[in-house]
Design a protein around this ligand. Structure first.
Ligand SMILES: Cc1cc2nc3c(=O)[nH]c(=O)nc-3n(C[C@H](O)[C@H](O)[C@H](O)COP(=O)(O)OP(=O)(O)OC[C@H]3O[C@@H](n4cnc5c(N)ncnc54)[C@H](O)[C@@H]3O)c2cc1C
Length: 381
């Protein structure tokens, strides 16, 4: 087996697979190391936004067309926001998004990455350590194998080894969320084309969601800022159980529903704080770079877009033999130029709403005024 490559990508989720796919025409020898074996699940809300489709389209318009052929998906045209008094506000999306189980979506994208003829993938192998010097990046796996490359891209998710070892990231709970997920079948009154988001008294700041999947199934979850979880000693799984069973308006919907799994939880590194996301011979993408939208919790699209940007930076770096921290700064600039305004606005919204029941009630009322309702999508898109 080879041990020297041009590029090593750690992690084959949306960030890593998009990076590998974008490098398809580059001719560069790429190694992708993945801890799990595909198809693999990822705890998520499964909402794939229209921006993710735009990234696919930019790589190759055929990819978007193929995604639209997915059978196990729903077409999402709106969000329904519920206030603590259960008044609702419907927001029509300017472009159709989808809900696709991550086990399907990620496996599809991973298989697209495999069409890169100069890509080698080693699955079921964890990156344990990573170092860089003037000439190489070295990846060391859990079973002691060593691989070297000119550059390494950390797409290894919320618990990224690359971010920890090379960028010295630490969890900052004010810029990190925790969330749970449980798949259900047969929830009453499920609209197949609407993301349902509930701001519930006693469970703020945070939101509960019901996202429709194919086959009358749904992705149900609850998320909160980690600083609140720690301060108030909240047990997210218990809270989600209470929401589903004890809040009458919700419980009624779940009366005949069947849980398809136990409640599972995972972390969300939010984009509300700027980080240095590259350095000498490395770049970080997606969750490894903390690029999740601080209000909506969406991170698939930003993982894909940053994966694409990283690949494009790699191609530039190879033509110029330029891999230093200074050379790779352009990557940070490009990522934040694209995403930072959005992150800041959505962070402001997250902080403004907080646990202010009266404000959420008022905003949802005001949002129903036709003129304002028309303007709302422009805040989010
Ligand atoms: C409960 C919850 C709900 C969410 N809902 C949504 C939503 O509805 N829509 C949305 O857009 N986003 C959502 N997100 C965020 C979204 O899941 C992430 O932002 C997205 O998965 C980021 O993609 P990624 O490629 O950066 O990381 P990941 O998808 O986490 O992929 C990382 C990959 O790296 C692998 N890996 C990890 N460590 C190592 C290692 N040491 N060595 C090798 N491989 C490794 C993993 O196995 C994985 O395959 C949600 C997150 C949570 C937790």
């Amino acid at each position: 087996m080879n041990t020297h490559y041009d590029v090593i990508i750690a992690g084959a989720g949306p960030g890593g697979s998009t990076c590998a796919l974008t490098l398809k025409q580059s001719g560069l020898k790429v190694l992708m190391l993945e801890k799990e074996t595909f198809p693999r699940d990822k705890i998520c809300g499964d909402a794939v936004s229209s921006t993710a489709k735009r990234v696919l389209r930019q790589i190759n318009p055929e990819l978007e067309k193929e995604l639209l052929q997915f059978e196990r998906k729903t077409n999402i045209t709106k969000a329904k926001l519920y206030s603590p008094t259960f008044e609702s506000l419907e927001i029509e999306f300017p472009h159709v998004g989808h809900c696709i189980r991550r086990i399907d979506f990620d496996n599809w994208l991973f298989n697209k990455a495999l069409t890169n003829p100069t890509l080698e993938v080693i699955q079921n192998t964890s990156l344990k350590n990573v170092t860089t010097d003037d000439k190489t990046a070295t990846a060391i796996t859990h079973n002691g194998e060593q691989f070297t490359a000119k550059i390494i891209v950390g797409c290894d998710g919320a618990h990224s080894i690359v971010a920890k070892k090379l960028a010295h990231f630490k969890v900052d709970r004010k810029h990190y969320s925790g969330a749970t997920r449980q798949y259900y079948r047969n929830i009453k009154g499920l609209e197949g084309n609407a993301l349902e988001v509930y701001f519930l008294k006693g469970f703020l700041p945070g939101y509960f969601w019901i996202f429709p999947l194919s086959n009358n199934e749904a992705n149900v979850g609850f998320g909160m800022l980690s600083s609140t979880i720690a301060d108030k000693k909240i047990d997210l799984k218990k809270s989600m159980h209470q929401i589903i069973n004890d809040i009458p308006e919700v419980a009624e919907r779940f009366k005949d529903a069947e849980a398809l799994e136990d409640i599972k939880g995972f972390g969300l590194p939010l984009g509300s704080k700027k980080h240095t996301i590259s350095g000498n011979r490395f770049m970080l993408c997606g969750d490894a770079a903390s690029l999740i939208d601080p209000f909506s919790g969406e991170g698939i699209e930003t993982a894909m877009e940053s994966g694409k940007f990283a690949a494009e930076q790699i191609m530039r770096s190879f033509t110029q033999d330029a891999f230093s921290a200074n050379d790779l700064k352009q990557y940070d600039e490009r990522v934040y130029k694209k995403m930072w305004d959005n992150f800041q606005n959505h962070h402001l919204l997250q902080r403004l709403l907080g646990d202010r029941v009266w404000l959420i009630n008022t905003l949802i009322k005001v949002g129903n005024i036709p003129y304002i309702k028309k303007k709302i999508p422009t805040i989010f898109y």
